[in-house]
Design a protein around this ligand. Structure first.
Ligand code: PEP
Length: 253
């Protein structure tokens, strides 16, 4: 573990207004542990990034974005560039969340372009990969995940890999209350590190933070985080509740 950071990240999805964001930060202030051994961040809707950056500052919680567009600038109505996020103080950007792949036509190609855009702007991509229930039951999880990881990292040089976080999020465990067992999740994360090792060598592979995501909560967090290749969590539902989010941070401490 000393080779890499433990990172606990929230993903608010399309939840929380700016007003609710401020209220959340106030609640969090009352219960946040003084010392944290993990990096902590919350990815918020783009329109609330500035509010969140201000509200979370004293809590030493970084602000992340949930998506980005890969082009630098221009006629892309409604999109937000990496430089725009960076300028607001964003440090992390979720790329390729399964909801974006499912509802917004994200492909391995667009995910790869977004990874490059985030890295080129000096931020850290949180690259989501994960199999469907059908893929798991067919027995192709390992091949599928390896393909997603390789595609996402295509053309990324070794010296930028330390800034990449891979989030393993089995689709069947997201927002369903169904968690992968710690062993199931740990095994896939070990395989992800092996894929990175095959591409970049052992030293680089050792330095990459790999998160688990999918119904992580205060009850199952410690067991999941105890797996040798799980270095943190990407947390949806439980990150909307200050007490649950803090409990998960404490589990990582
Ligand atoms: C997520 O959306 O990244 C996620 C893991 O959600 P949940 O924790 O609600 O399953």
């Amino acid at each position: 573990r000393r080779y890499r950071k433990t990172v606990i990240a929230g993903n608010w999805k399309m939840n929380m207004t700016a007003t609710e964001t401020k209220k959340f930060a106030e609640e969090l202030k009352k219960i946040m542990p003084r010392a944290k051994w993990c990096d902590t961040l919350i990815c918020v809707p783009a329109c609330n990034i500035q509010t969140a950056a201000k509200a979370f500052k004293d809590l030493r919680i970084s602000v992340g974005a949930e998506n980005v567009y890969f082009e630098e600038k221009g006629a892309y109505t409604g999109e937000i560039s990496a430089d725009m996020l960076k300028d607001l103080g964003v440090k992390y950007v979720i790329v390729g969340h399964s909801e974006r792949r499912q509802y917004f036509c994200e492909t391995d190609t667009t995910v790869n372009k977004k990874v490059h855009a985030v890295l080129n702007a000096g931020m850290n991509p949180i690259i989501c990969v994960g199999e469907s229930l059908e893929q798991r039951e067919t027995g192709i999880t390992d091949e599928w995940i390896a393909l997603q990881v390789k595609s996402a990292l295509y053309g990324v040089p070794a010296d930028k890999l330390r800034r990449c976080i891979i989030a393993y999020e089995p689709i069947w465990a997201i927002g369903t209350g169904k968690t992968a067992t710690a062993e199931q999740a740990g095994e896939v994360c070990t395989n992800i590190r092996a894929t990175i090792r095959s591409l970049y060598g052992a030293r680089v592979a050792r330095s990459v933070t790999i998160q688990y995501g999918g119904s992580m909560n205060p009850k199952n967090a410690a067991e999941l985080l105890a797996q040798p290749d799980i270095d943190g969590g990407l947390i949806g539902g439980a990150a909307l509740k200050p007490d649950q989010f803090v409990d998960i941070i404490n589990a990582a401490n």
